[in-house]
Design a protein around this ligand. Structure first.
Ligand SMILES: Cc1cc2nc3c(=O)[nH]c(=O)nc-3n(C[C@H](O)[C@H](O)[C@H](O)COP(=O)(O)O)c2cc1C
Length: 195
């Protein structure tokens, strides 16, 4: 079981990162091989729309720090994606990463990834109202399903909260733990996560 986290916040003490790391910690304690990538520390470009991945290659032609991230997703059983909410969307770092996953698609838009992976989408926002931004995850989940992900979990943190304040949200830590157990196939029947 290999679990990879893609971390989209630039904040060193990011709440979305902390929740993703909690999932890695619990999965790791149960025997998962874990790996994380902090996008803000990587040097990479967004998709260049060159279409080489649809014409000449079965992967992205760009060779930069994101190359290893895209390869890690190929190898992973579960992918944890964490991002802050910026202007009602994901962070720019996360969006640039996600655009590069265009290379996962064949020319006929079937997917090059092995099917059956799990995903966790974590989004932290400043606003307290969780009825805001409900459109974000479904849009990414639509593509994750196209990429063959079969089990897609959502974990959202509302604010206002300062950085490094996840410890005040034991409810979300419990959800993260339950999602990790679900990824590992050891969840209880009272799983609080969403599919
Ligand atoms: C550029 C920028 C844009 C933001 N836009 C929003 C927003 O539209 N809605 C919102 O609720 N919070 C917004 N926030 C607040 C962040 O989503 C919030 O601080 C979140 O907890 C950050 O996640 P992190 O701790 O993982 O970095 C914004 C913050 C920044 C820096």
């Amino acid at each position: 079981m290999k679990t990879v986290a893609i971390l989209g916040s630039p904040r060193p003490k990011s709440n979305s990162t902390a929740l993703a790391r909690k999932i890695l910690e619990v999965a790791g304690a149960q025997g998962a091989e874990t790996q994380e990538f902090v996008l803000n520390k990587l040097q990479f470009k967004g998709c260049q729309a060159c279409e080489t991945c649809k014409t000449k290659l079965d992967h992205c032609v760009l060779e930069d720090d994101l190359t290893q991230v895209l390869e890690a997703i190929h190898q992973a059983d579960a992918v944890v994606m964490a991002t802050p909410s910026y202007f009602g969307e994901v962070s720019g770092q996360f969006k640039s990463f996600f655009d590069r996953t265009y290379s996962f698609l064949n020319p006929d838009f079937s997917c090059r990834l092995a099917p059956g992976k799990s995903s966790v989408f974590i989004m932290a926002q400043g606003q307290s109202n969780l009825n805001l931004y409900t459109d974000v995850h479904p849009r990414y989940e639509m593509w994750l399903k196209r990429y063959g992900f079969v089990s897609n979990h959502l974990l959202r943190m509302n604010g206002p909260r300062p950085a490094d304040s996840v410890s005040e949200r034991q409810d979300l830590i419990a959800q993260a733990q339950e999602i990790a157990k679900n990824l590992m196939g050891t969840a209880t029947k009272t799983a609080a996560d969403k599919w």
